[in-house]
Design a protein. Structure first.
Length: 60
């Protein structure tokens, strides 16, 4: 019974670290998705046309 009480505290202590990991690792991945799309400011990010590697060949 005592183990379950302490494990709850350990899980609560993990929450800030998981939030920081999410904010700084997962959220920036939307920029990676945008790199392969043809950007139109009025459209949503998921409704853009896929451009493939054309953006990178243009830059290089």
């Amino acid at each position: 019974m005592r183990y379950k009480k302490t494990s709850l505290h350990y899980h609560l202590m993990l929450i800030p670290g998981v939030l920081v990991l999410f904010v700084f690792s997962i959220v920036p991945m939307f920029g990676v998705v945008m790199a392969f799309q043809r950007f139109v400011p009025g459209k949503q990010i998921w409704k853009q046309e896929w451009n493939g590697l054309e953006n990178f060949t243009y830059m290089l």
